[in-house]
Design a protein around this ligand. Structure first.
Ligand code: DQA
Length: 151
């Protein structure tokens, strides 16, 4: 994470989101993860906020990335835990431990899908949740985070 700017945001993407663009476009749209990350980076730089995006298919790597934040300065997290949304107490506990505010984002509306997707281990400890607005949801979450950390 660049330290040149005074404020910073980490965007975490969970498993299978590396396949965006190819993966079930009816649910997840046509943008690739690189497209989304580039849009987020551009929006953050306009606001002079540093932004790092990190995707992993591994629960362990995502947890380790969060643990690193204990010693690096990140002001806000935007996370799409993907399938771990519905399964991972461990990832939830890592977010609780580091006490950095976060917004939970889902491309699809998880409440309009299978019942197993309608429970999130993250929503009750998130500042807020954006679900169903596609790639724009990440940008809205970033605008919210920027407003919080720069005002
Ligand atoms: C998702 C929804 C999850 O249920 C699913 O497992 C994903 C993506 C979304 O962005 O809509 O991988 O988090």
């Amino acid at each position: 994470m660049a330290k040149t700017n005074s404020k910073s945001v980490l965007v975490l993407h969970g498993p299978n989101l590396n396949l965006l663009g190819l993966r079930e476009p009816d649910h997840y749209g046509n943008n690739t993860l690189d497209d989304i990350n580039a849009q987020l980076k551009a929006r953050a730089s306009e606001a002079n906020v540093a932004l790092e995006s990190f995707q992993s298919n591994s629960e362990v790597e995502l947890i380790q990335k969060l643990h690193e934040l204990a010693t690096s300065k990140v002001d806000y997290i935007i996370i799409n835990p993907a399938a771990f949304t519905h399964t991972s107490v461990a990832l939830r506990d890592a977010l609780s431990a580091i006490k950095i505010p976060f917004v939970e984002v889902h491309l699809s509306n998880i409440y309009a899908r299978e019942s197993f997707r309608q429970h999130s281990y993250f929503s009750d400890i998130a500042v807020g949740v954006i679900s169903g607005l596609g790639a724009q949801g990440y940008l809205l979450a970033l605008d919210f985070a920027i407003n919080k950390i720069t005002h």
